[in-house]
Design a protein around this ligand. Structure first.
Ligand SMILES: *[C@@H]1O[C@H](CO)[C@@H](O)[C@H](O)[C@H]1NC(C)=O
Ligand SMILES: *[C@@H]1O[C@H](CO)[C@@H](O)[C@H](O)[C@H]1NC(C)=O
Ligand SMILES: *[C@@H]1O[C@H](CO)[C@@H](O)[C@H](O)[C@H]1NC(C)=O
Ligand SMILES: *[C@@H]1O[C@H](CO)[C@@H](O)[C@H](O)[C@H]1NC(C)=O
Length: 417
């Protein structure tokens, strides 16, 4: 009997100790939570604040969206809020409405502040700059407006700042792109403008797409793996990309960048290189090695709608989807592309609206069904049954002969009628 009850008693006793020594949540934090609850509300269909019952003796374990940690630098030790996640984040939840209260800055042990998609509006409180322990701020897909507070550029531990999908305006605060700990900066889909500051920290991920940034590329750190400024008003040369040897994803599409594409970008073998719809000119560099290097599954290179000229080298023959349409490329397409397409390694090859004079055909082989190859509006008659063009290619199968003689300087225009 004793053998059973002793451990049981001990267990009950330990549970009792645990509960009676349960640390209280700091009153400062409790007060801030109260103000937060008064300034944000669930939209109909969202069920986030239902657990926030202020008569609870143990908010840390009963309130959704908070994680507490023990601060034993004070006597008696207190529980402080370490992570605050506002909203359920469930895909079918409409999220929260209201605004972000400056009282958030009372949660001064906070390391992570997250607000899920909803329609919260008003400014980002500049008081967040008092939260020196913050590592992650993610306030995405709401209707936050006004500038990015300059105080955020004083957060010494900030690692991730994601403010994408709001209505923020103004420019990137000075100093933000120099915060030593910052690795991820996502400001996409806002109304931000001005020129980009030089990035002097070891950023890994920089996403500024769909804003109104202007001017030239700033200097960028060689640590960068993801970089997008797609759909802005930027222009100038791409030289700043030259040192980015870690780059995996590059999207500069829909700007007015001009000059030539740095040769190094073709050597880094990015899984996505999206430079379409700019003013880029010059040629496509020759391949470095004789072998066609595979860029891997899902790789995309889109250089369409530029002013690229000269002959096409084999340098892109190992990419899965290649868009070179609407340029001034000429000559005969290298055999490596044809082989890649026939073998099904290259799934898309858009070459329409150039000045190509031939595509090497292997009559013994048939094109896999999965492949999209478009050759129309070049200086050759596209082989029958070999084109799978998008509607935007138009229905003219070849370019008028007079245009071809200008670009190909009267050299043989294969298949020209
Ligand atoms: C974008 O910025 C330019 C100035 O660089 C300004 O003229 C234009 O109105 C802005 N567009 C939008 C949509 O804010
Ligand atoms: C790029 O565009 C600017 C502004 O139109 C122009 O001054 C510059 O010469 C262009 N550079 C190149 C290489 O075309
Ligand atoms: C880009 O090309 C367009 C059309 O040719 C031209 O209007 C525009 O000024 C060019 N932009 C730059 C920055 O050179
Ligand atoms: C075109 O070719 C002829 C000779 O075939 C050469 O004399 C002429 O310089 C070329 N023109 C251009 C613009 O390349």
């Amino acid at each position: 009997m004793a053998r059973i009850t002793t451990p049981l008693c001990l267990l009950l006793f330990l549970l009792f100790i645990h509960n009676s020594f349960q640390q209280p949540l700091s009153n400062v934090d409790l007060g801030a939570l109260q103000t937060i609850k008064n300034s944000l509300t669930d939209l109909p269909g969202s069920d986030f604040f239902s657990t926030w019952d202020f008569s609870s003796t143990d908010p840390c374990n009963t309130f959704s969206g908070i994680i507490c940690s023990l601060d034993d630098n004070v006597t008696p030790p207190l529980l402080r809020i370490d992570t605050l996640t506002l909203g359920t984040g469930l895909a079918d939840s409409p999220g929260l409405t209201g605004s972000l209260t400056p009282s958030l800055s009372n949660l001064d042990a906070l390391t992570q502040l997250i607000l899920y998609s909803g329609i919260a509006s008003g400014p980002i409180p500049s008081e967040l700059g008092n939260l020196k322990n913050l590592r992650v701020i993610s306030l995405t897909n709401n209707r936050l407006s006004g500038p990015i507070p300059t105080t955020l550029a004083t957060l010494p531990n900030l690692h991730t700042l994601d403010l994408s999908g709001n209505q923020l305006s103004g420019s990137i605060p000075a100093g933000l792109a120099g915060l030593t700990e910052l690795r991820v900066l996502i400001l996409a889909s806002n109304s931000l403008s001005g020129e980009l500051p030089d990035v002097t920290t070891q950023l890994l991920h920089l996403d500024l797409k769909q804003n109104n940034f202007s001017g030239r590329l700033p200097s960028l750190p060689s640590s960068l793996r993801y970089f997008s400024v797609s759909q802005n008003q930027m222009w100038g040369p791409l030289d700043a990309l030259d040192p980015l040897s870690e780059l995996v994803y590059l999207d500069l599409s829909m700007n007015q960048f001009n000059g030539s594409i740095p040769e190094s970008l073709f050597h880094y073998r990015l899984s996505s290189m999206l430079l379409q719809r700019n003013n880029l000119s010059g040629g496509i560099p020759r391949a470095v090695s004789v072998d066609v290097t595979s860029y891997g599954e899902g790789s995309v290179v889109d250089l369409s709608h530029n002013f690229l000229s000269g002959e096409l080298s084999s340098v892109l023959a190992g990419v899965e989807s290649v868009f070179l349409n609407n340029n001034h490329l000429m000559g005969i397409v290298p055999e490596d592309y044809a082989r890649s397409v026939y073998e099904g390694n290259m799934k898309t090859l858009y070459l329409q609206h150039n000045f190509f004079s031939g595509f090497p055909l292997d009559s013994g082989l048939s094109l896999p069904d999965s492949v999209s190859l478009c050759l129309s509006y070049n200086c050759m008659v596209p082989p029958v049954g070999l084109t799978a063009c998008p509607a935007s290619a138009g229905d003219q199968l070849w370019r008028p002969a007079y245009q071809c003689s200008v670009y190909n300087n009267g050299t043989t225009v294969e298949g020209e009628p």
